[in-house]
Design a protein around this ligand. Sequence first.
Ligand SMILES: [Zn+2]
Length: 273
Amino acid sequence: MPELPEVETVRRALERHTTGLVVESVRGRAVQLRCPLAIDRLRRRLPGHRLVSFRRRGKYLLIDLDPPGTLLVHLGMSGRLLLCDPASTVLPHTHLTLCLGRDLELRFVDPRRFGLAQWLAPGDEARHPSLAALGVEPLDERASRELSPLLHARRAPLKFLLLDQRLVAGVGNIYATEALWRAGVRPSRPGHRTALPRLEWLVEAVREVLNEAIEQGGTTIRDFASPEGNFGDFAVRLQAYGHAGEPCPRCGEAFLDDRLGGRSTVWCRRCQR
Ligand SMILES: [Zn+2]
């Protein structure tokens, strides 16, 4: 499933390769994604609009256009945005294609159809229920200052709190697990029983793992503009997530794998307290 670093990598790649290009035409079908793809609306709205900037909120990608308007994209469970040569083979499950001139198409492919592509008129963003409910952006400079008191005010286990999109925008199971291990904090530790400096440390660990993943993802960008433009898999070096039963790299104790709120939670009994 695309996580925040993948979405950020897509954002940066689109910024690099498509800023200033104009949508000439739109192709697609009215398929059922997370909500129905309003292809007629996109066909009416998008052509003639220039792509001016690319923003990210949590795992949402916001493509700002001129004349003003925004294309909101979420990759869901299996969505991908591909920059392709128009002559290249169209993959199955390509639901939406923006033609960006003679040489380039932006294609949205989503086999499992949990993604989203939606036109937002100016002003719609502030009223959009999913966007308006998103919490603090973890990569924001202010994150550790703003987030630690919010975590400290809750009684729930920190692992839950990190995954709560209303508190922290866009952090999934992989990066929450990894950050808790890195910060030496027990996943089941309640927010209100954790001292503020430790919480700041934890938020810094979240930022660190996300930034490292983005840096590593950046190395796959060179493939992005190739005819079959594909990101490939994110080869993030994870030290805790996915290593249940293996020795903890820090202390050698075998990693435990507990279910916490129905999600697999790998952690080290010795160095996470
Ligand atoms: Zn350990």
